[in-house]
Design a protein around this ligand. Structure first.
Ligand SMILES: O=P(O)(O)O[C@@H]1C[C@H](O)[C@@H](CO)O1
Length: 296
């Protein structure tokens, strides 16, 4: 049943919007029944990065609001469409936009699309996001290959794996120290270098914060000390779930702004700058991901 309004279904509900294995199976089948494509590769597009869909051939598109249980994106830069198609001869499914905690969605709702992809037999997942640079050596427009993450809300048990565990998805206590595939990190690095992108490819640690406020100066300084290179408001719940169910994950952050580290700075973070940087790097992101997909 299509949702009339994603907010109403989830607002204020903790652990109240979980989907059983059978629910996810039914949703995955209902999606597959509507398309010819049978993807083994999934791509989640972060803020302003949905243009990746432009490079797909033979597109088949379903709006999130037409998929049972899917959280509907409410943020500019997140179109809210599931796009199936071919990329370099490979069948892929691409999420043009995602949902975030700060939109009022429960963490279990945010990750539903990842489990649906898993039961559609997606095995490799590219997760992209826009992020603020904590590492002062990073420039706006840098592409950061994620090597690890910091789940800050996880300290307060905001983790999509909280609740009863269904072993058909994965184990009760999954390791999280190798969420980001070494193979794919190396492949992205090498591909980026071959494409002449060496000067703006970085490797680093992504921190997930709840948002929607951008960080205070003190928070940014704290993250720096903690070893974080870039910070954002997404990705980690999706990656934890993908890792739990055995998908191979590649995480990519686009550094859309520099985090403010100085108490007297006049600079402020804003969503417009995030979208602008996404647009400027759109072609490079498309080229990088499609070349890597060709090599898989
Ligand atoms: O979906 P992502 O993580 O790319 O979006 C980032 C975080 C906020 O949603 C927004 C802030 O500009 O961009």
């Amino acid at each position: 049943m299509p949702m009339e309004n994603g907010y109403n279904e989830v607002s204020g509900v903790v652990n109240g919007s979980k989907y059983s294995y059978e629910d996810v199976q039914r949703i995955a089948q209902s999606v597959l029944d509507r398309v010819k494509c049978r993807p083994h590769i999934g791509i989640i597009c972060g803020s302003g990065l949905g243009g990746l869909a432009e490079v797909l051939g033979d597109k088949e598109i379903i709006q999130y609001e037409d998929i049972e249980g899917f959280p509907v994106s409410t943020v500019p830069g997140h179109a809210g469409r599931l796009v199936f198609g071919s990329l370099q001869g490979k069948q892929v499914v691409l999420m043009q936009g995602r949902a975030h905690l700060y939109e009022g969605y429960d963490v279990h709702k945010i990750i539903l699309p990842v489990r649906v992809m898993k039961l559609m037999e997606v095995r490799i997942l590219f997760v992209t996001n826009a992020a603020g640079g904590i590492n002062q050596d990073f420039n706006v427009g840098d592409i950061m290959i994620i090597k690890d993450h910091f789940n800050m809300p996880g300290f307060a048990a905001v983790n999509p794996l909280v609740g009863p565990n269904d072993d058909r998805f994965g184990p009760r206590f999954p390791p999280a120290s190798q969420c980001y595939s070494y193979r794919l990190r190396k492949l992205i690095q090498e591909t980026g270098e071959k494409l002449g992108m060496k000067d703006f490819i970085q490797n680093g640690v992504y921190c997930f914060l709840g948002g929607p406020s951008f960080e205070t100066v003190t928070e940014c300084r704290f993250l720096k000390v903690a070893g974080v290179d870039a910070t954002g408001m997404s990705t980690v719940p999706e990656v934890l779930v993908a890792n739990h169910c055995g998908m191979e994950v590649c995480g990519i952050s686009l550094i859309t702004n520099k985090c403010v580290m100085d108490y007297d700075s006049k600079q402020v973070a804003n969503h417009e700058e995030v979208l602008e940087t996404g647009e400027k790097r759109a072609k490079d992101m498309q080229q990088l991901i499609s070349t890597v997909v060709a090599d898989l």
